[in-house]
Structure formats: structure tokens, C-alpha cells
Design a protein around this ligand. Structure first.
Ligand code: ZN
Length: 436
């Protein structure tokens, strides 16, 4: 048995609510959490990591990110949503070849780990030119793209839920993708990404839902009031399609009674407060979801427009809760969303998101002696109000050290950057050429 002890940290557990424990140890055995407490005994052969001056907490969970856009960083910082769609999704997105998705996903997943995100929901690369109100039109290369995305995530070593866009009239790609995930790596699981009730006619929604059920996959989908259905959650309810294994993304323009329907159904919502504020989705739902009792996770969404640092999203969530309807949230509320609630939203609540004994050893250590965290009176408040990705000293996924002493382990980052730069150059050049 492999044992690893984190000795004498400032440990923040998040279950049932975020609580800080000074001078506390965490013992991992065979990649899982075996004990949390002061002065734990050290079994023979245990590797000991000194966690003095470190804040130890569960790895962050990003419940919504288009990881393939890592190579399009900051290309759409100063535009609104329609321009983002035209430029990123319609002009540049279709220029990606599978190898480009692989390079981008490796870069993007390593960026996540570097910043303390140990679990990410990667919303599938999809050809924007194949999206129609009657569903996503299958293409011969769909499996190749999924395989490339899978390769990038697996190479990085992150835990991920990959959303494969459903093509119900041609299920071959998603079935091959599912077989690949089933045979692959226990850190990588599959979800059914759907254009969903806001963007499709009822028959297309029904076909997606039926396929997801047949494959035993949870559903993840963007929602808003419109463009196809102004009351998309009501459409699901009225058609018997509302259930607990659905993660809705954004939802800013949904009515309160539709949020209550989500809450009653046991579904969850992923909000991306920084992107939503910048791209004009509307005020993040944060307080309204809390009032409706809906499980809420946080996400970066797109680094075309905002930073990939989840600590920035924690702050955006906290700040926007003061500017939007509903109760003002606390730093502890936000930290729980970025850990345990995000894990629950992804269907991984029994695996990650807190330090409960038996859960996966997905942990991060922040340097509490960095100047921006030193002399902190309230550790949870400091993590949410002050921490940034640069404070992340050590990261473990399933007990494996993937970052140590501020450096990612086992990757040639200059090679990763070079492949990313080649991809960025290729897809943007092709997009310009195609636009004539
Ligand atoms: Zn999205």
C-alpha cells in the first residue's frame, strides 16, 4: 500500500461546510483519503510532505470549461456575445483539426492543474457550422475529435468529465467515444452534451435525452430564455424530460419558477460569473439559485474572454452576489461551490470535492506564506478574496503529485507551449483565409 502524509497544514475541509483546522494532517492511502486530523500516526514506508505554511484544501472543481479554447486565449476580451459566437465558434472553431484539439486540450488541462483545478467539465469541441435547431449534424470526424480531446486530458493527468455532443441520428461516434472512456482512464468519464431545450425543437431534445438515457450518461447543456424556447425548463417539464441528471449552464435569463423546477427535479446549475458579466449574459444567477435551493457549481467557461484562474471566478461570484437579486453569499458559500457542490453537480459528489475519508486524494496546497496570503485572519476568506493560481504550490490527483514546489511534474512545458502556438497560428490563419 502506498501512503502519503501531508504534515501540519492549515487544512480546510468543505463538508458539510468549509471549516479551517490549524496544525492538521491528511493521510492518503492508495490514492484515497484515509484520515484527517492532528498528529496522525505515520505508517511504515509513508512519504511525508511538510505542509507547514500551506493551506491544504480539496482540489477545485470547474464545472464548465471549453478546454479546447486554451489556444485562443484573450482573442475575445473586448467583444460581446454575438461577436464571440461569430469569431470563435463560427470562423475559427471549424478550422480545428483533431491534432489541434489535442494540443489545445493538453495545454488547457495543464493550465487547470497548475491553477489548482483537479476536476474539469470539458464541454466538447463541436463544429458550430453543424449546429441546427433540429440537432447537431453528425460528421465523420466526430470520434476523431473526441479521441483527440481525450488524449489531451489523459496526457495532462487531470480528472475530467468530457461532454460529447450528441448526434442522435448517427450514434456511432458517441458509442465509440463511450467505449474509449470505459476502457480508458478512471479519471476520465463521459457526459452527454446537448444543444438542449433552449436551442432545439422538442423532437431533437427528446432524441438527445433518450440517447443519453440509453447510454447511461448525465446530460450537460447551455440554457437561456431563447432562442428556440423562451421557457426551456418548462418545455422539459411539460414533456416529461425534467430529471436529476442534468447540469444546466448559465441560465441567467430563466424565470424564478423555472429555477424552482430545476431545484425540485434535483438538477444542478453551473454558473460562470466572470464570463457572464463580461459577455453580457446578464447578472449571474448566484443568489437566485441559492434562494431556490439549487446545487450550484462554478466555471471559467472560455479563456478567450476571461482568465483561466478559478480563484478569479470565486471572486467574481462573491462580488456579483452583491449586485444581483437574492441573498448575498459568503466566502464559505463560494468555496463550497468550487469544491463539493461542483463535484455533486458533476455526479462526482461521492468521489471528490471534500476531504471525507474514502474520497479520492485530489488536494491542493497553497503557499500561506506568500505575501498576498500572509497574516490572514480568516483562511477561507483569504482563499476566496486573495488567493490566485500563483499561490498553488502542490497539486495531487488521486494521490499522485502532479505539481510540486510550484512546478508541474512530468511535462515538457516548452513543447506543450510550442504545439499550442502552432495550433493558434494555424487556426487563426485559416480562419482569416476562409473569410476572404
Ligand atoms: Zn459554454
Amino acid at each position: 500500500m502506498q501512503s502519503l502524509l501531508l504534515r501540519n497544514g492549515l487544512v480546510i475541509d468543505t463538508e458539510p461546510t468549509p471549516t479551517a483546522h490549524h496544525n492538521c494532517d491528511v493521510l492518503l492511502e492508495d490514492g484515497r483519503i484515509a484520515a484527517v486530523g492532528p498528529n496522525l500516526a505515520t505508517p511504515p514506508g509513508t512519504t511525508v510532505l511538510d505542509a507547514t505554511d500551506r493551506i491544504v484544501l480539496p482540489g477545485l472543481v470547474d464545472t464548465h470549461r471549453h478546454v479546447w479554447q486554451a489556444v485562443l486565449r484573450s482573442i475575445a476580451v473586448d467583444v460581446d456575445l454575438p461577436v464571440y459566437f461569430t469569431m470563435v465558434r463560427q470562423q475559427i472553431g471549424p478550422r480545428f483539426r483533431p491534432a489541434d484539439v489535442r494540443a489545445a486540450n493538453l495545454l488547457g488541462a495543464l493550465e487547470c492543474l497548475d491553477g489548482g483545478v483537479t476536476t474539469v467539465q470539458d464541454f466538447a469541441y463541436a463544429r458550430a457550422d453543424r449546429i441546427t435547431p433540429d440537432g447537431y449534424v453528425a460528421g465523420e470526424s466526430d470520434f476523431d475529435y473526441a479521441e483527440a480531446a481525450f488524449d489531451g486530458l489523459r496526457s495532462a493527468g487531470i480528472r475530467a468529465v468530457f461532454g460529447h455532443l450528441l448526434t442522435p441520428e448517427d450514434t456511432a461516434a458517441v458509442r465509440r467515444t463511450q467505449a474509449m472512456f470505459d476502457a480508458g482512464n478512471p479519471r476520465l468519464t463521459l457526459a452527454a452534451a446537448s444543444l438542449g431545450p433552449s436551442n432545439q425543437q422538442v423532437d431533437a431534445i427528446r432524441a438527445d435525452w433518450r440517447l443519453a438515457e440509453e447510454l447511461g450518461l448525465p446530460i450537460v447543456t447551455h440554457v437561456a430564455s431563447g432562442p428556440v424556447h423562451d421557457r426551456p425548463i418548462e418545455v422539459l417539464r411539460d414533456n416529461g424530460l425534467l430529471h436529476s441528471k442534468i447540469l444546466y449552464v448559465h441560465g441567467n435569463s430563466l424565470a424564478d419558477d423555472e429555477l424552482a423546477m430545476i431545484g425540485d427535479s434535483g438538477g444542478a446549475v453551473s454558473i460562470t460569473p466572470a464570463v457572464e458579466a463580461r459577455l453580457g449574459h446578464g447578472g449571474p444567477l448566484i443568489g437566485r439559485l441559492a434562494a431556490a435551493g439549487v446545487t450550484t457549481g462554478l466555471g471559467v467557461d472560455v479563456v478567450t474572454t476571461v482568465g483561466g484562474d478559478m480563484f478569479g471566478v470565486l471572486r467574481a461570484g462573491l462580488l456579483t452576489s452583491y449586485l444581483t437579486p437574492g441573498p448575498h453569499l459568503t466566502p464559505a458559500d463560494l468555496l463550497r461551490m468550487a469544491t463539493l457542490d461542483g463535484a455533486v453537480a458533476l455526479g462526482l459528489g461521492d468521489q471528490v470535492g471534500s476531504l471525507k475519508v474514502g474520497k479520492q486524494g485530489d488536494l491542493i496546497l497553497l503557499r500561506a506564506d506568500d505575501l498576498n496570503l500572509a497574516c490572514a485572519h480568516d483562511p477561507i476568506g483569504a482563499v476566496v478574496s486573495s488567493a490566485h493560481a500563483g499561490n498553488v504550490d502542490t497539486v495531487l490527483v488521486a494521490g499522485e503529485v502532479v505539481k510540486r514546489n510550484g512546478r508541474l511534474v512530468g511535462h515538457d512545458l516548452s513543447e506543450v507551449r510550442a504545439r499550442g502556438a502552432e495550433t493558434a497560428e494555424y487556426v487563426t490563419r485559416e480562419a482569416v483565409a476562409a473569410a476572404g
